[in-house]
Design a protein around this ligand. Structure first.
Ligand SMILES: Nc1nc2c(ncn2[C@@H]2O[C@H](COP(=O)(O)OP(=O)(O)O)[C@@H](O)[C@H]2O)c(=O)[nH]1
Ligand SMILES: [Mg+2]
Length: 331
């Protein structure tokens, strides 16, 4: 037994080393394990975790068709020119496809396929949004350990799961387009507050100046003084115009976070949220399992015939499950 366990551990360490050396095939294999919930993925992450924390995580979000992939492609070229290695996770919660099967992204970013300094991966949800956020976070860690200095996380839409995915990023850029009316939607959904940069893409189109004004106006309603003021940048994904400004805007935000001390605070908040989610999910699974037992059913019966109150039953079960009580007081 011990022999096999040690053999397994050696294998995991070797795998982690290959990843750290930038072996893209081993990176892809790791992400597949994490997506499918393969237990080797967890062991690998244990090995990789101390080797992470250096990458700059950039979230790029916005409605489908806003031009996120086109901009990412441009950004990759720009960053490669500056010597950075770039990882991209293109997340689409509405897509059942994973592992680079999203055709549009492949077409738009495919020219980097032969560049070993670039790693691009599409991630879909297969209907499990919580799992997608976790897999994306962990995939980003694999890329981080592999030494990609910049990791772009592209996410579709403005729903709850996207907000969760955006919480992975150090800096979030929100991509909007003229004439789409998404500025108002975004404002209503409260996404405005989470964006560190606004990108008005397709600035070649009519209505770009108007959109910039609308964003400025809405921003003046939500942003507090003394804080980071999100710049509003104009880009053209098609021509690459504005990409320099986009990168310098992203860097400025990173610098702001670091100089104000918010960089570490924010990362701590993200870790706290992650831990909370993991524990919450585990406890929920545990609880659901217990609720299927006959002991639980008997308690339900007792409640139904008014023999025991829900609070009392709950207290008993909480004691059994976590050793606490619903008031959280306890002595
Ligand atoms: N007119 C115009 N079209 C653009 C621009 N940037 C991207 N597009 C087009 O918008 C469409 C959607 O782009 P894509 O990058 O796939 O959007 P995503 O869904 O946000 O990733 C594509 O047909 C792009 O060629 C731009 O600056 N101007
Ligand atoms: Mg895309």
């Amino acid at each position: 037994m011990t022999f096999f366990r040690e053999y397994e551990e050696d294998g995991i360490r070797q795998w982690a080393d290959q990843i750290q050396n930038g072996d893209n095939r081993m990176i892809a294999r790791a992400i597949s394990c994490l997506e499918s919930g393969d237990s080797r993925g967890e062991a690998l992450l244990e090995e990789l975790y101390p080797r992470t924390g250096r990458a700059f995580l950039v979230g790029l979000t916005g409605a489908p068709g806003a031009g996120k992939s086109t901009l990412t492609d441009r950004l990759i070229t720009h960053l490669r020119g500056e010597g950075y290695r770039v990882g991209v996770l293109a997340v689409d919660p509405t897509s059942p496809f994973t592992g680079g099967a999203i055709l549009g992204d492949r077409v738009r970013m495919g020219r980097h396929a032969l560049d070993s300094g670039v790693f691009i991966r599409s991630m879909g949800s297969r209907g499990n949004l919580g799992g997608l956020a976790r897999a994306t976070r962990e995939a980003a860690r694999v890329l981080d350990a592999a030494g990609f200095e910049v990791i772009v996380i592209e996410t579709v839409g403005v729903g709850q799961s996207e907000v969760e995915i955006m919480h992975l990023a150090d800096t979030v850029a929100l991509v909007l387009t003229p004439g789409s009316g998404d500025a108002v939607q975004v404002f209503k959904a409260g996404i405005m507050e989470t964006a560190d940069l606004f990108v008005v893409n397709k600035a070649d189109r009519e209505g770009a100046a108007r959109l910039v004004r609308d964003i400025e106006e809405m921003l003046s309603l939500v942003k507090e003084e003394g804080d980071w003021i999100p710049p509003i940048l104009r880009t053209e994904g098609k021509t690459g115009r504005g990409i320099d400004e986009l990168w310098s805007g992203l860097q400025k935000h990173r610098q702001f976070l670091q100089e104000s001390g918010q960089w570490e605070d924010q990362r701590r908040t993200h870790l706290r949220r992650e831990l909370e989610t993991i524990i919450e999910e585990a406890m929920r699974t545990h609880l659901l399992r217990e609720m299927n037992t006959s002991a639980f059913q008997r308690d339900l019966d007792r409640m139904q015939i008014r023999q025991e109150s829900p609070r009392r039953v709950a207290r008993k079960w909480l004691d059994r499950l976590v050793g606490g009580n619903p008031e959280g007081g306890g002595t």
